[in-house]
Every structure is written in structure tokens, then in C-alpha cells.
Write a protein that binds this ligand. Sequence first.
Ligand code: ATP
Ligand code: MG
Length: 558
Amino acid sequence: MDTGTSKGHFIETIIKQDVENNKNNGAVVTRFPPEPNGFLHIGHAKSICLNFNMAKKFNGKCNLRFDDSNPAKEKQIYIDSIKETVTWLGFKYGEPFFASDYFDRLHEFAVELIQKGKAYVCSLKADEIREYRGTLTEPGKNSPFRDRSVEENLDLFSRMKNGEFGEGEHTLRAKIDMQSPNINLRDPIIYRVKNAIHPRTGDQWCIYPMYDFTHCLSDALEGITHSLCSLEFEDHRPLYDWILDTLETPCHPQQIEFARMNINYTVLSKRKLQRLITDNHVQGWDDPRLPTLEGMKRRGYTPESIRSFCNTIGVSKKESRIDVGLLESCLRDNLNERAPRVMGVLKPLKITLENYPDDLTEELTAKNHPQKEEMGARTITFSKHIYVEQDDFMEDPPKKFFRLGPGREVRLRYAYLVTCKDVVKDKSGKVTELICTYDPETKGGNAPDGRKVKGTIHWVNADDCIDAEIRNYDRLFKDENPEKDGRDFIDNLNPESLVTLTDCKLEKSLENAVPEQVVQFERLGYFCLDSKDGTSNHPVFNRTVTLRDAWAKLARKK
Ligand code: ATP
Ligand code: MG
């Protein structure tokens, strides 16, 4: 499968040079290293595309590695979901790797550090460690336990491992430099006691390695050549290099940082997404309004559109906020090509064709795609009673309203020209039905006398249409930056991010709809069957995206 080619960027330039210089014998091995403490979001897609594409481009390989060294927050369901999502995005990996598979090796490395006099067991409490660490402007102070002998450290560390101490009583720290201007080098903790059941190693361990220790060594053990990570790890690079320089490791991967993806009108952080879910602002990790890949999949996003977006935005060292309009435009481009056209009426208004025979049902042919003959055609039915959109009728329309109004004629897509003769109203004065006539000479939509009818509207046959619920999604937040001026993003939620329409009428062919396979409802937008809610009698469809960007139009008006 074509997973897209990235635009040339600085990381590609570095890797290309390394290959040309035969560094690592010309090999390129990258990895995507999620922590299984949540579901993947579109930001992760950037990292996935980057790592897999670089491997592909230079005939290398990319590992999927679970960075599962913090058992408190990690769960099997996240591991399963992440595997599925990477595959769904279109990338192939061999057997996945797990940092927890290296726990024995990491433990040996920790012992090696102690033996080299480069690590010590510290018995300061957490708040004391913090106090001794100093600040950005003040240097730290040495721990009183810093000069413990190698023997004492080995003994204490092995007792930590054997479960003789409680959480927080002792930690293992790298012995680097408490005066370093880089706080990450001020004797960072590399192992701590944690009495937790690990999803994969169970109760085998009660000490766990910290992220910074685990990550560089896992990279080295897997023979990673280029360890691509986001910018917040730039200040951790000296520690990454210190650990690999100090220990005897199979290789020394090169860490290269790039800017995280940010998108406007949303938040991209598992912690923030978790809060939206826990506080019931959305309905779960796969809520179609969320930027999680599971949510986007359920909403109807295609892997191609997400890859194309990631490749379009490129990779740089500069943080920026990307317009969600660009993501939607990548989606529209892809759906326009592949989505079959169908008809659905969101807010139905009944029409009775008074001159149409009572029990006639005609079969009409409708193209599945206006430009793509190869997508074929389907049969739709037509009868005396049909539904059109309430918005396609006005009782007192302006001149340029080329739809229905008293005395006005329109074309029903693929069917006939019809003219509105009368309206039926309920007691409150609301129009409940239109009485129209059809012109039997105009089958297919053209008048033999050549009279011009400008408007074409969509419709469904009232006799055999399907009742459905439609969920119209909009941006989750009202402002481009939901956290502008330090405010809480919860206060910026868009109350209209979900508008549910319960009385929709869809053409019969949608009985065969498949979840997540997007169709275009002509004139309205792209929609797909929801994979979770609804029944076969009353399906639920999600609006994936509108046909045009309504927000861009609003912005132009401002
Ligand atoms: P979050 O803050 O959402 O929890 P994370 O970085 O902690 O994200 P990880 O599971 O550790 O999540 O991420 C796996 C990989 O994905 C890392 O290499 C990380 O740098 C990358 N990544 C995460 N978010 C983004 C983003 N918004 N843009 C680019 N890469 C990202
Ligand atoms: Mg994280």
C-alpha cells in the first residue's frame, strides 16, 4: 500500500547523510514508542508516519515499541487499541516490542552503573529530593547518600528488588552532577520501588526503571539508529547520551527532536482528553468529536486522509498550530474521490404528487459517482409520496431561491420536474406537507420543450425510505486556542459540537451501509454508519464532514 511520501525535511536530510556516510553500516532503524496509558491521537499519527516513512524511504525498518515501564497507568486495552490503530493507519510492523521485555537487561545495566560508581541508592524522601535538586537559577546540593560505597549500594539495590522496602523509601539515582545547569543531569532517579501489578510482568517486579533510563537503553538494545522524538525531550538528550556513553551498550542511537503537532479548535494530550471523558463532556475515547484516531475512524476519517495530512504539514523544529481546515480539506479530497453518492433527507417535509398514479412505483437509475463511471449506478424508487428537505421550501421565497415555493418548479434529482401547487399547515401554521404536480414528460430531469429549471433538489421515496438518526458534529471548542490566556479549556467547549437529528429519512440502499464506510449525501456532506449505536431498524449516521468549509466562509464575513 502507498503510505505516502513525506516532503523532504531536516530529519530526512540527516538520515540521508548518515546513509551516504555509511554510518551504522548504512542501516536505518526507527521506532514508534507509545506509552500504553491511553488511546492514540492525531498527534501520534505524525510520529507514526514520520518513523515508518523514514524507515521505508531508506530501506530500513520501524519497530512498534510499547514504553510500558510505568505499571500504574498502563493497560492491556490500550496495547490492543494501539496495535490496531497503527495497522488501520496502513503501517506494517513485525512482532511488537515491549520495554518490559528488557526489565532483566535494564536491571543488569543498573547494577553495571553501580559497579562503575555511577549510581547510588538515595534514601532522601521525595520532597527532600526536590529540595536538594535546586531550581533553574540555583544549583542543586549533593545528597548525603551520594558517597555510599559500591558494596552498600549493591546490597541496598538488591534489597529494593527483593521487596524489603516500601515505596519512596529508597531510589536508585545516576551520579552525574548536582551543579549542572541542566536539571535532568542532577542525579536523576533511574529506579524506584513501586508495588504495582504490571499488565505483562505481573508481580514479578517491585522496582521499575524510569522513562529516561528505559528509553535510551531500549533504543540501544533494538539497534535503533535514529530515535525521533518530540521537542520536549531536547533537554533530556544529554542524559540519553550520558547513559549510553557510560554503559557498554550494543550501539548508540542518535536522538533527534521535532516539533509536536498542534491543531486549532482541539486539544492533543492524553491527559486533557482523559479529562473530557471522565467529566462526561464527550462519550468516550472513540467519541467522533475527539482527535483520537479511534474517534476519527468512527467519524469516517480514512487512513489515507490522515497520512496525506501528516505528509502535507511536514516536520520541523518550530512549534505551530495547524488549521483544522487543512485536515478537513485532506479528508474532503479523499472522500470526494471514493465516497459513493446517495440521497438522504435530514429534516423531512412530505410531498404528495397529486397527479401521480396511486399505486405506481417507478425504478430510476442513479449514478454512484458523477465522474467515475466505474463506480456504477444503483436503482432508486419513486412514488406518489416523497420527502424533501424543509430547507428546500420557502413560503415566501426571494427571487434567487431556486428551490420550492408556491407556484415554483424544481428538478428532483434523477427523477422529474415538479411544481408546488398548495401547502398544508397544522394548527400552529407550520407547513406540514406540499401538494405538487409532476410533469410525466420530464423523466430524468429535462423538459422536452426546453424550458429552463435552475434548481435541483434531493429527495427520498416515502414508501421505502429508512428512518435514521443523524449526528452532526462540529468543532469541539469555540476558539481556535481553547487554552488562550491560560484559561481552562473546559470553559471553551462548543455547546453545539453535537447536534442530533432523530427524524431523518434515507434512501433504501443505505440498508446495506457498513460502519465507517463513508458515503456522500448529495448536497449535504459525507456521512457514515456509526459502529456502536443504533439498531438495524433505526441506524445512526455520523456526519464525517460537510461538503464545504462553513467556518472559512464565516471567517471571510467577519
Ligand atoms: P500525550 O502528551 O498525549 O500523552 P505523549 O508524548 O506522552 O503524548 P506517548 O505515548 O509517550 O505520548 O507518545 C508516543 C510517541 O508519539 C512519542 O514519540 C511522542 O513524542 C509522539 N507524540 C505524541 N504526541 C505527539 C504530537 N502531538 N505530535 C507529534 N508527536 C507526538
Ligand atoms: Mg507520555
